[in-house]
Design a protein around this ligand. Structure first.
Ligand SMILES: Nc1ncnc2c1ncn2[C@@H]1O[C@H](COP(=O)(O)OP(=O)(O)O)[C@@H](O)[C@H]1O
Ligand SMILES: [Mg+2]
Length: 245
């Protein structure tokens, strides 16, 4: 029997429900509405690789300036500056002037960027976010091809985490987008209301070659990052949702 190699995610409590981690080399889509913790997840995943497994990670971001990003994750004890210096993490934060016709997908596929990424030879890649990248691209031939092009442009051993920004949450009417049909795995992070409060819930919707639960697993964001609580019940009753940590 050939076993699938696993890439530990570093998200506390998650690896135990996905047989040890993401299948090596797969592309995982991390989807959720704003504020669910997608950026935190992505960086925790890269820091885990860099600090605990000696794996290089590339973080491609289209949103925040690096300084602000570093300040944001500092409370979690993640020293991105140091990891960058040590060449364990490479952050690419291009300024793409879409108003001047610059195209983010073209940028990602340019020889220069490809060379840079290939030379770094990352085992982990996080793209924050695929949604933004596609939003500003002129890539013709439909969204599916656009995504396929991006995913193929990696054609490396890296296990990639692509962030997908959802406009709508909701526990019942989850609308699937083209991105989700292409990914090898999908992790869904959502906010679920119980009375006058929202709670965080994470579900592994899809994970190739993996036996996993489809339960909504409560999670919290605390001092050492995201922590999933697989053993905590999140019960949905007629009168609402009961979550206990
Ligand atoms: N140091 C921290 N400790 C605890 N929770 C935090 C911390 N930093 C951020 N958060 C929580 O994480 C949320 C944002 O996470 P983020 O990863 O930026 O989400 P997303 O990328 O999905 O928009 C914040 O709204 C806040 O609730
Ligand atoms: Mg984010």
């Amino acid at each position: 029997m050939v076993l699938i190699d696993r890439v530990p995610t570093g998200i506390h409590g998650l690896d135990e429900v996905i047989q040890g981690g993401f299948p090596k080399g797969d592309t995982i889509l991390l989807t959720g509405t704003p504020g669910t913790g997608k950026t935190t997840f992505a960086l925790q995943y890269l820091v885990e690789g860099a600090v605990r497994h000696g794996e290089r990670g590339v973080y491609i971001t289209l949103e925040k300036s690096i300084d602000r990003l570093e300040a944001r994750v500092h409370p979690f004890g993640w020293d991105l500056k140091r990891l960058e210096k040590e060449k364990k993490i490479m952050i690419l934060d291009p300024v793409i002037k879409t108003e001047f016709g610059e195209d983010p997908v073209e940028w990602l596929q340019s020889k220069e960027v490809q060379k840079k990424i290939n030379a770094f030879a990352p085992q982990r890649v996080a793209l924050d976010s695929l949604t933004q990248l596609l939003q500003y691209t002129r890539e013709k031939g439909g969204i599916r091809r656009g995504i396929k092009t991006i995913m193929d442009s990696y054609q490396l051993d890296a296990t990639a985490l692509f962030i997908h920004e959802r406009q709508y949450g909701g526990i019942d009417n989850v609308e699937y987008t083209p991105e989700e049909y292409i990914a090898d795995g999908i992790v869904y992070m959502q906010l679920i209301r119980e009375a006058d409060e929202y709670h965080r819930g994470l579900t592994v919707l899809k994970m190739r070659g993996t036996s996993h639960t489809l339960r909504i697993l409560p999670y919290i964001i605390e001092k050492d990052g995201i922590r999933v609580k697989p053993s905590s019940p999140l019960r949905i009753t007629k009168s609402g949702i009961k979550i206990r940590f």
